[in-house]
Ligand binder design. Sequence first.
Ligand SMILES: Cc1ncc(COP(=O)(O)O)c(C=O)c1O
Length: 422
Amino acid sequence: MNAGRGSRSGSLTRHDLAERDRTDPLAPFRARFRLPEGLIYLDGNSLGPPSRRMRARMDAVVAEEWGRDLIGSWNRHGWFRLPERVGARIAPLLGVDADEVIAADSVSLNLFKLLGALLRVTGERRVVLADEGNFPTDLHVAAGLTRLLADTGASLRLVPPEEFEAALAADVAVATLTQVDFRTGRKRDLQRVTEAARRSGVPVVWDLSHSAGALSLDLHRDGVQYAVGCGYKYLNGGPGAPGFLYVARELQETLDSPLAGWMGHAHPFDCGLEHDPAPGMRRFLVGTPPILSMMALEEGLRAFEDVAMDEVRRKGRALGDLFLELAEERLDAFGVVPGSPRDSAARGSQVSLRHAEAYPVMQALIARGVVGDFREPDYLRFGLAPLFVRYVDIWDAVAALGEVLAREEYRKPRFRRRREVT
Ligand SMILES: Cc1ncc(COP(=O)(O)O)c(C=O)c1O
């Protein structure tokens, strides 16, 4: 078992991978990002890096829009319509139309809005169905909402992921699912699950946080009607960037958001007493959008201009296959086991490995300049954002991990201290 930074593994060499990078059609897009020299960044599924143009854009917004034109910018620079403008940039990444997506709030809030809106129109059906593999915030939101609506008979039913389809019973009002599991990268088939739910009369709100910007999505083809997702991961919108909501056009005006606010009003500046929901997706807005964050998200999305999402998906699968193959060859002996599906068709754009000492192992790896993250209980998680991750990065990351394990660097006390964010 070779744990060093050798130049050959099985039939592959590092040189082969450098060659793959040279002919990679996505390779030129790496230059769109500002990445620290010498760092291998495999955490774009948690926080995407800034684009190169981000700094100039933010400077211009602060100096010219906020700084010079002040309040006039709401009209002059289109601030008021930014949620739709940014939504329109997200739409092609989802395979939907520009007026079906809006950028707003966080994933948590957006999920609350959609689940709440759907529970208003599902009559006797009162169960929210979710699988336990969902990201925790989704489950907390669903639990909080059903507690709030307990006097209408609402309740939350949690099932193991593999039992989800069997649980689509006649009392289920709405289901919520994450397409790509945040721990394992396991990917659900949007079309098959949405269709199974439709046959049972159950609308599904998909959480596409780990899908948008990493997969080649076609929500129209797949019959998806409702989705939420994240702006700060693969969309590179910056820390705390707004999330997004998608609702199929013909359903938008059947829904009333339970978080009615003035920005979702048809005429916010009429300042009337009644809430008259805005037409289309604007009805899902609540309060004043965070303009600087919206601008940053818009700039992050520009990194996708002229990018073929089929190519992104193809490379994401190839990077993941390579990672798992190298890990199996080189890390087996150290008690590392795959934590993601081996079949790339069943995986998003991340791979996870499992190890009993995963937390300190990840800290030691980060100290070597390879950034991934840790998720309970024992997952080493690596996001493979195809626009800037190279094939040689995978080689070097696995080699560095091999060294951390072979030299038992993770035993050092400083790597064992738990930080607040893992
Ligand atoms: C699947 C999923 N949903 C939601 C979130 C977080 O949502 P929010 O924008 O509310 O923080 C995350 C964060 O990592 C996530 O992985």
